[in-house]
Design a binder for this molecule. Structure first.
Ligand code: B16
Ligand code: MG
Length: 225
């Protein structure tokens, strides 16, 4: 066993699975029903952003104002379409490298938590057969503040019994990277460096990540602190 103990906290959408396409289709249907369009570029800006904040941004782009009660109805409608789509997800929609890395971490006895903004994480993990990998699940149902607030990751570390300095967060959204930095954790950005300022390391997906590399990342970061 290695002398450095690490723990890993994974964002869900965009890191382990790609649900952005379903969010896009459901938000586009909602925007169209309100008389305006919604682009893929706009959808990119919603990554890691919680449901009600996403709705506010979309209504703002469309120049539409709604009451709080109307917004609740619209969010519920969008979510019903989204849930219909993710209910049909399969294990084939797990992103490259996810299964291998989760399996390797599990084999090494490294604790794993979920740190997601989504209130639908339970269904997504169940449909993609990933639930059993997680020692703790913190999602949009468990937090009061959204990324870039560090609450989701701090709660994840607490549930794992891990010190923040021993944790590595995997994130595809700028707000998530900022949340991990605020939580004083190491962060691996998944995607393009230009979109993920502040990440300690960038990877296009999880397939190039090794357990030894993660242990080294935590050691190096502690050495610099
Ligand atoms: P829901 P993550 C986030 O998940 C998504 O990136 C974001 O696009 C979505 O609006 C948010 O979850 C809320 O999702 O409507 O299912 O509660 O990337 O933090 O895992
Ligand atoms: Mg994400």
């Amino acid at each position: 066993m290695n002398d450095t103990t690490i723990a890993c906290i994974f964002d869900l959408d965009g890191v382990l699975v790609d649900t952005a396409v379903y969010h896009y289709q459901a938000w586009k249907k909602l925007a169209n029903s309100l008389g305006f369009d919604f682009t893929e570029a706009q959808n990119e800006q919603l990554k890691g952003v919680n449901r009600m904040r996403s709705l506010d941004m979309i209504l703002n782009w469309g120049g539409v104002e709604k009451t709080a009660a109307e917004k609740e109805e619209l969010a519920t409608l969008k979510n019903s379409w989204y849930v219909d789509m993710i209910s049909k997800m399969t294990v084939s929609e797990v992103l490259p490298g996810s299964l291998q890395l989760l399996t390797a971490l599990h084999t090494h006895g490294i604790k794993i938590a979920l740190g997601s903004a989504s209130k639908n994480s339970g269904l997504i993990l169940e449909r993609t057969q990933l639930t059993h990998f997680f020692d703790a699940i913190v999602d949009g149902n468990a937090v009061t503040s959204s990324k870039p607030d560090p609450e989701v990751f701090i709660k994840g570390a607490e549930l794992l019994g891990a010190a923040p300095a021993d944790c590595i967060v995997f994130e595809d959204a700028a707000a998530g990277v900022q949340a991990a930095i605020a939580a004083k954790m190491a962060v691996v950005g998944i995607g393009e460096a230009v979109n993920l300022p502040g990440a300690d390391q960038i990877s296009k997906d999880l397939s190039a990540i090794s357990v030894d590399g993660l242990i080294q990342l935590v050691k190096d970061k502690k050495g610099k602190a």
